[in-house]
Ligand binder design. Structure first.
Ligand code: SF4
Length: 124
């Protein structure tokens, strides 16, 4: 297979290096402009791209109608639309604590959905 060089922006840390990645198919041969973590990122980006996902679910009995949530680990990028579809069907009741697991092992990925903030019950 022919070698290809392309620019990939590493999002592993706030530096955001532009990596020059030379690859042969899905195998990274060389990475310029980055550290070891950048090389690992480039390899993963080619074979199993993942992203942290922040979203919200419906909340019942709180001050706000929505509860912000996040994935406990980077989530497989191609399955993010499927994840958002699941989250649209979730409704949580107060009280909710910070980092509380809202969904465990979502879509059999081994990744949890957790609360980004505490939400107290509002008594009317
Ligand atoms: S290559 Fe290294 S220094 Fe650059 S953004 Fe990635 S992790 Fe940070």
């Amino acid at each position: 297979m022919a070698k290809i060089s392309e620019n990939v922006i590493c999002v592993t840390c706030p530096k955001g290096c532009t990596l020059i990645v030379t690859r042969d198919g899905q195998t990274v041969i060389d990475v310029e402009n980055g550290c070891k973590r950048g090389k690992d990122y480039a390899q993963q980006e080619l074979t199993d791209p993942r992203r942290m996902v922040a979203s919200s679910v419906r909340l019942k009995g709180g001050l706000h109608p929505l509860l912000p949530v996040y994935t406990s680990a980077p989530f497989p990028k191609p399955r993010i639309p499927e994840l958002l579809s699941v989250l649209r069907q979730v409704e949580v009741k107060t009280p909710v604590s910070l980092d509380q697991v809202i969904l465990e092992n979502v879509l059999d990925t081994g990744i949890n959905i957790q609360s980004s903030r505490e939400m107290k019950e509002v008594v009317e």
